[in-house]
Design a protein around this ligand. Sequence first.
Ligand code: URA
Length: 248
Amino acid sequence: MPQQNEERLQKVIANAGVASRRHAEDLIRTGHVEVNGVVVTEMGVKVTDRDEVLVDGVPLGKERKRYFLFYKPRGVITAVTDDKKRAVVTDYFEDVQEHLYPVGRLDYDTSGLLLMTNDGEFANMLMHPSFKVDKKYVAKVQGIPTRAQLMPMRDGLVVAGKKLAPARFTIISTDKAKKTAIVALTIHQGINHQVKKMFQALGFPVMKLSRTEYGPLTLEGLQSGEHRPLKPIEIQVLKTFAQKGLTH
Ligand code: URA
């Protein structure tokens, strides 16, 4: 007979706030998880409240919650592990003992503001589609767009048959000799490669991309590769935004 309250191990780890579900699977697969003193590396194991689950020797629920603002460099994968041994964002947190993971993602070749935490509830809240916090990007694009050419972004572009939410943009500068422009774009959705897809759809491929703002947060005071803990007020503001579905 199945035991009461049996749950899949990766779900229990994710619910304890140690990791996202996918990261929890990585932790299991790579031998970081013990159940009742035995390392478990296969998926599908079920546990109950009576089982003792340790992640790197630390019982579930014992990690203190950590929240960081990270200036992700270009050429780093937004993941906690990589089979091809490429640089991942957690490489920049070797000074932090807790199991951090990224809130959402930035592309390998995108730099900029990325939140890192071990608070699963907080991360899920911020990644939920109903959380409409503004994110500002600065893109270097090929070609010199006019305002009129970028205007469709303001109404909501249709990309791959999907209507995107309206975006705000400002053309910051243009380089006539190199035929490039720098454009700031503010969006609140988080569809994969969204900014690149938007510019591509209008005929201005992105050459370089950076996220400079996330709601009220900026990269001020940080160099590429550096991080700082979020202030309690910043965590509170993000939680309030998420709970109320507010935009910044
Ligand atoms: N949009 C993109 O195209 N790439 C990112 O990394 C983030 C937003």
